[in-house]
Design a protein around this ligand. Structure first.
Ligand SMILES: Cc1cc2nc3c(=O)[nH]c(=O)nc-3n(C[C@H](O)[C@H](O)[C@H](O)COP(=O)(O)OP(=O)(O)OC[C@H]3O[C@@H](n4cnc5c(N)ncnc54)[C@H](O)[C@@H]3O)c2cc1C
Ligand SMILES: [Zn+2]
Length: 265
């Protein structure tokens, strides 16, 4: 379980497929399957062509030279095919692997997250059935001050005024936020106590309230999600979750992760 923000987490529920499965799937087109990670011995000359370059230079005799491996005796493995798939957007083989994760995050983050429709499935806890626990996101002073400083470059994060936010400003605002969270919770609980239906009693719940969900999707989808949500212009909070997905992908699909991290040329 990876802890994120002040009360959140991201946990891998299960993964399926592997880098090898992606290659094997791509080879359906040529009926070959997975051949192995490389480098491996050249199937043509079995390594016998190593040193032939020197011989050719000295004697001009080209017999024994191997064009398959350029006289290196070795051929690259299936990393090469995986790279080709990734770089040329042959994306469907990446649909044969995937992840299901469990996430606890502020509703604000879920609103951004749920915009990712394809190829994801979501199941979230329902405040119509269970009261949402009184857990709310409070950013750190550093997040607020840094966020305001970085905002100059990013319209969506821009502060409402040009004045720099001080630590004291941030603390003042955080105290006011804590007040709102407290008030909202009292109205929520009052409603539940009076018997207002849960689905209405939740009206005062703020978008800073934590909720939990499971999300499932194939690897192609997760790579697309990370492309958008690990980018510097994505909101810092969802970026933390996106980075955590990256750590899971790096562990479960290391070759794919390396290619993704390099980016498409
Ligand atoms: C930095 C940032 C700022 C944003 N700001 C805003 C904002 O101000 N307001 C706002 O409303 N949203 C905003 N969004 C959300 C954004 O518009 C997308 O809804 C979100 O990023 C999901 O992307 P998507 O549609 O590619 O994902 P998915 O829905 O998962 O789709 C994945 C891919 O499937 C294909 N696809 C899916 N549905 C269709 C379709 N109906 N027709 C054709 N092709 C389809 C497309 O190729 C798409 O890229 C923002 C996103 C980011 C990353
Ligand atoms: Zn060879």
């Amino acid at each position: 379980v990876k802890k994120l923000l002040d009360h959140g987490y991201l946990d891998l529920v299960e993964h399926w497929g592997s880098d090898q499965r992606i290659v094997e799937t791509a080879r359906m087109s040529t009926n070959k399957g997975f051949l192995g990670w490389g480098p491996s011995e050249c199937p043509e000359c079995k390594g016998a062509s190593v040193g032939v370059d020197l011989l050719v230079a000295r004697t001009g005799d080209t017999s024994g030279a191997c064009s398959k491996c350029n006289n290196t005796g070795q051929v690259p493995g299936d990393e090469k095919l995986l790279r080709y798939l990734h770089e040329h957007a042959h994306s469907t083989p990446f649909e044969f692997a995937g992840l299901t994760i469990e996430v606890k995050a502020p509703i604000m983050v879920f609103r951004e997250w749920h915009r990712h429709r394809v190829p994801f499935g979501y199941n979230e806890m329902s405040a119509r059935y269970v009261p949402l626990p009184d857990e709310n996101y409070s950013p750190t002073v550093g997040r607020i001050v840094e966020g305001a400083r970085a905002a100059g470059k990013n319209k969506q994060a821009q502060a409402a005024t040009d004045a720099a936010v001080t630590d004291d400003d941030a603390l003042e605002w955080l105290a006011a936020l804590a007040d709102v969270y407290g008030h909202a919770q009292r109205v929520y609980e009052l409603g539940l106590k009076l018997g207002v239906p849960k689905e209405l009693a939740r009206l005062p719940v703020p978008v800073g309230r934590y909720s939990r969900m499971r999300a499932t999707g194939n690897l192609r989808g997760w790579l697309g999600f990370m492309t958008l949500r690990s980018a510097p212009n994505a909101q810092w909070e969802i970026r933390q979750f996106s980075h955590a997905i990256g750590e899971v992908v790096a562990e479960m699909f290391p070759c794919t992760w390396t290619l993704f991290a390099e980016g498409r040329p």
